[in-house]
Ligand binder design. Structure first.
Ligand SMILES: Cc1cc2nc3c(=O)[nH]c(=O)nc-3n(C[C@H](O)[C@H](O)[C@H](O)COP(=O)(O)O)c2cc1C
Ligand SMILES: [Mn+2]
Length: 517
């Protein structure tokens, strides 16, 4: 089942007993964090989405932890299990394979899926029920102060919409925003991400010199067709080099997820979300900038980033479990707030894992597994455990056939999109359950000789890695924990793993009651 907006998802979770409403007044400063931290770390039925109906000082309800479990994450994407989305991707990738007429007919359905995924353009939108352009302000949003050492209040679950100033291609990323004042926010898009790439292109396009013969579209603030609407909706004259940026809060849950997905550059998150939900996302033109936003969003912040401007952002209690340091990041200037008359404010808390973002990452792991397998057919399974906060630890199992294959897989992964940021990659043999961390620890220590099986090299590191040699650059560790054999030039025979014979296991199972155990 696909949801058309956030409130349909809220209603769905509530019907299934997966959401609680909190009716007592609660402070947005730290108190909500402590509640959510406890709930999101609860195993089983106690881990529910929370709708805070009375955030002190606000009349906007606040939704948090909506994606914070496997079943809620799956239902956000309209499936029972996250692997079902991966299976759909695998079918799509399989299209070019030969097959019978009947096979192809079935595959046609998959192709049609793609046609249905295209965004639809609308002119009337719930996210523009109210339009504030005269004195836009984020003061009405119950943005949280998450942790005691935070540098301020943050918007934590946004979809940040930008356009490539050269090609016009759209990107949507989930990048937190620090509220500096009512119309100035810190834009924490990290250097490796799509928004930062667009900013870079806007910056070089704006500079004189060899690149100055770029098409006029580099003047992002003025690019594209004129906006719809009356005089009050006209573009404000943005500085010529600025890039328009729109921030959507809410919208259908598949689109919220898509903002967090590391899609290859050039793949539009809005089309991807449409494919996930089986129906194109409705998009509407912004009122003060030349961008489109999801019509079903709860709240939209329109504005711009001057690609040359920087300001100290942070510290922020981050998903590493540590505060990320205050550093220079771009600045978002607000030109309009558009919203529903009675919006829900969606947010999330990050901190020491596991928390809600673990499940957004788990969806990515499951959805992208078939793509990894397409590039590296020896891959059997992948696990990015909560303890590894995505980029610190990747466990991958492979079918090993030739010497050096584990190293080949590690280096290939380090060259694949945002996998470049992975700090530790552990490679195990195909029969190892990568999701069983106890088994992984057993194999990864028992099956290695550190002199032979560790790979250490240097490369790009996640912005948030606090232990790297220096910011954004550091060492990486590969552990080849596959079973070794003659092909590995082992200096001694590899022993056999202990296993009981099948007949004895069967007999004991049959007789289990007789033992009185
Ligand atoms: C809750 C949450 C918060 C995130 N915050 C940030 C952030 O502040 N900055 C950032 O660069 N990436 C952040 N990410 C990761 C990006 O959303 C992710 O890398 C995504 O691929 C970015 O989109 P892009 O690949 O189009 O750049 C966050 C992810 C989640 C789930
Ligand atoms: Mn992207």
């Amino acid at each position: 089942m696909a949801f058309s907006d956030l409130r349909e998802f809220v209603a769905h979770l509530e019907r299934r007993g997966r959401l609680r409403r909190i009716g007592v007044p609660v402070s947005r400063d730290l108190e909500i964090t402590e509640i959510v931290d406890r709930v999101s770390k609860t195993r089983g039925d106690g881990n529910v989405a929370l709708l805070f109906e009375r955030v002190e000082g606000f009349d906007m309800p606040l939704l948090v932890n909506a994606f914070g479990s496997e079943d809620r994450m799956a239902s956000a994407l309209g499936v029972e299990r996250l692997d079902q989305v991966g299976e759909r991707i695998a079918r799509l990738l399989d299209l070019r394979m030969p097959g019978s007429f009947l096979d192809k007919l079935k595959k046609l359905g998959t192709l049609l899926d793609v046609a249905r995924a295209a965004p639809r353009h609308v002119s009337q939108a719930p996210c523009q029920e109210l339009v504030e352009t005269a004195a836009p302000s984020v003061a009405a949003l119950p943005a949280l102060r998450c942790w005691p050492g935070d540098g301020g209040r943050y918007i934590t679950l946004p979809g940040v919409f930008t356009r490539d100033p050269v090609t016009g291609a759209r990107n949507v990323g989930m990048y937190r925003l620090q509220i500096f004042d009512d119309r100035t926010l810190g834009m924490h898009w990290q250097l490796h991400k799509g928004g930062a790439e667009h900013q870079h292109r806007a910056l070089i396009g704006a500079q004189p010199g060899p690149v100055s013969n770029r098409p006029p579209a580099v003047q992002a603030g003025h690019a594209g067709p004129a906006p719809v609407g009356g005089a009050e909706h006209q573009h404000r004259a943005l500085p010529a080099t600025t890039m328009p940026v729109a921030i959507a809060l809410g919208g259908d849950p598949a689109l919220i997820y898509a903002a967090s997905a590391p899609l290859p550059p050039g793949i539009d998150e809005v089309v991807f979300a449409g494919w996930l939900r089986g129906a194109g996302v409705e998009m509407v033109r912004c009122r003060t900038i030349d961008l489109e936003v999801p019509a079903q969003a709860e709240i939209v912040l329109e504005g711009y980033v001057d690609p040359a401007e920087r300001r100290l952002e942070g510290p922020f209690g981050d998903h590493t479990g540590y505060y990320s340091l205050a550093r220079e990041y771009p600045v978002f200037h607000l030109t309009a707030v558009t919203r529903r008359a009675r919006p829900i404010y969606p947010t999330t808390i990050v901190g020491r894992p596991p928390q809600e973002d673990y499940w957004l990452g788990k969806a990515t792991e499951r959805i992208f597994l078939p793509i990894m397998k397409l590039m590296l057919p020896e891959i059997v399974d992948v696990n990015m455990p909560a303890e590894g906060i995505f980029h610190n630890l990747v466990v991958v199992s492979i079918r090993k056939r030739y010497p050096g294959q584990a190293r080949k897989v590690m280096t290939a992964l380090w060259g694949m999109g945002l996998m470049m940021l992975a700090k530790t990659i552990v490679v195990v043999s195909e029969h190892v359950d990568v999701h069983d961390l106890s088994e992984v620890a057993w194999r990864a220590t028992g099956n290695i000789d550190p002199r032979r099986d560790l790979v250490i090299l240097e490369g790009p590191m996640d912005d948030l890695d606090h232990a790297a040699l220096r910011h954004r650059y550091g060492g990486k560790l590969g552990i080849d924990a596959t079973e070794k054999g003659p092909m590995d030039d082992l200096g001694q025979p590899w022993p056999e793993e202990i296993r009981m014979t099948d007949d004895v296991r069967e007999r004991v199972t049959q007789r289990w009651k007789d033992y009185g155990l």
